[in-house]
Design a protein around this ligand. Structure first.
Ligand code: ATP
Ligand code: MG
Length: 409
């Protein structure tokens, strides 16, 4: 059978390797193509055998599973790692995900959990490869893209800017097939790398902005961004807060101009305070998604921001997004609207379980939990932003256009 899932088992204990191989031997769609007893052997075997999935033990003498996964991600990117560990602690999980593992299994696990993880990882990787191919074909047909820039802002911290920016960018790429770059514009304390499981030590805005400001070759932008498994490009924040000083408003402006030319959608996760780099972002943005929650402080600050925005001439690009909308909090949406003197444009439901689970796994909920209400709300937001653009020249009713995009429902 040509399209069986090819699995490499890596564990230093021979009995464990045999046991796993036996378990998987019962599955008609899975084939164990090799086993390895150490990290070094795993890399050798993976280069030779090109497995679809690598079952990797985290604790091994010499090179441990995390180091081996890091090397595998670089050398055999097509092999998706499922990490196995006796420890289920968040730190292990996080380090594994940062190294590039796609799934995490805590020992002892059942045979069903094992096979479900392998199948899920495999089908996610296949879908991803398919989507990239479709997108490349679309771009080849129409290379003249001039992207839309969406700044995700709030005048108060901790209201969900990063959560929304990340999931919006991924939804626009994965569901709507758009070419998307996500920028971590929270230059001092950016969280995007954590939510997407990317290595924060790689190149960032701190290298790109000064380079572009000095008029360097704009073609070089993609050497500063990282590709996330969902297909989006990500321009990270600097790895340490003091490096944020290297980023000037002029540099930010150039970065956005260049990214706009290379993408259909540029999503920027902004910081929560006003300074000149933030203003450079808001100036460039076509849409400022302003996030608020049902808390009195958030509502008050939003009202103040709307006043400033009016003075700065931004009012027309603001869209209000009420995050963590929950009817049990004692404040109703109508009260909010009354208080700020404006309609809320979008709401996103509160779902701590889905959101925090996704955060801790480093996999956006729009990928791992598509059916949840919170994902559906983000899909709707993405469709409304991208859809509005698409319908500019069409004599199409806005609502109808929105509906026709809900193909995932
Ligand atoms: N719709 C939601 N439902 C439940 N929890 C949410 C939702 N949106 C965000 N959260 C949670 O709220 C917290 C803050 O979210 P997030 O980090 O995205 O906010 P932020 O505005 O980017 O914060 P910061 O000011 O630190 O950059 C996180 O713990 C996140 O998991
Ligand atoms: Mg944030």
């Amino acid at each position: 059978m040509a399209d069986r899932i090819q699995v490499l088992i890596v564990d230093d204990i021979p009995e464990t390797r045999d046991h796993l191989a036996k378990l998987l031997g019962f599955e008609p769609d899975i084939e164990v193509i090799g086993t390895a007893a150490s990290g070094a052997e795993a890399i050798e075997q993976a280069i030779r055998l090109l497995p679809d999935v690598v079952l990797m033990d985290i604790n091994m003498p010499d090179m441990d599973g995390i180091a081996a996964t890091e090397r595998l991600s670089a050398q055999v990117p097509g092999a998706a790692v499922v990490m196995m560990s006796v420890q289920g602690e968040a730190d292990y999980l996080r380090r594994s995900m940062l190294a590039g593992a796609r799934e995490f299994l805590v020992k002892p696990f059942s045979s069903d959990e094992l096979t479900a993880s392998i199948r899920q990882v495999y089908s996610r990787e296949r879908e991803k490869a398919g989507r990239t191919a479709v997108r490349e074909a679309a771009r080849a047909q129409d290379p003249t893209v001039e992207g839309q820039v969406v700044a995700v802002f709030s005048p108060k911290g901790g209201v969900g800017r990063t959560t929304i920016a990340v999931n919006l960018a991924v939804a626009a790429a994965a569901e709507l097939g758009k070419k998307v770059t996500l920028v971590d514009g929270s230059f001092q304390f950016g969280d995007v790398a954590v939510l997407l499981n990317l290595n924060p030590k790689d190149k960032s805005m701190a290298e790109l902005a000064p380079e572009l400001e000095q008029g360097e070759d704009p073609e070089s932008v993609e050497t500063y961004t990282q590709t996330h498994s969902s297909g989006i490009q990500v321009l990270l924040a600097p790895p340490s807060p003091e490096m944020a000083e290297l980023i000037t408003p002029a540099g930010v402006k150039r970065v956005i101009e260049i990214l706009r030319g290379h993408n259909e959608l540029v999503v920027i996760d902004c910081a929560a305070w006003f300074n000149d780099t933030l203003l450079a972002i808001l100036d460039q943005a076509d849409v400022v998604l302003t996030i608020l929650t049902l808390e009195i402080t958030s509502i008050k600050n939003t009202r103040l921001f709307l006043e400033v925005a009016e003075q700065l001439g931004y009012s027309h690009k603001i869209r209000l997004v009420l995050n963590r909308a929950d009817t049990t909090l004692g404040i109703r949406v109508a009260d909010v609207e009354h208080s700020i003197g404006r309609k809320v444009d979008h709401t996103i439901v509160s779902d701590g379980r889905a959101v925090v689970y996704a955060l801790n796994r480093g996999v956006p909920f729009v990928l791992s939990n598509r059916e949840s209400q919170v994902s559906q709300d983000v899909f709707r937001l993405a469709a409304s932003i991208v859809g509005n653009r698409d319908s500019h020249d069409e004599d199409d009713h806005k609502g109808q256009k929105g509906k026709s995009l809900f193909a995932w429902r």
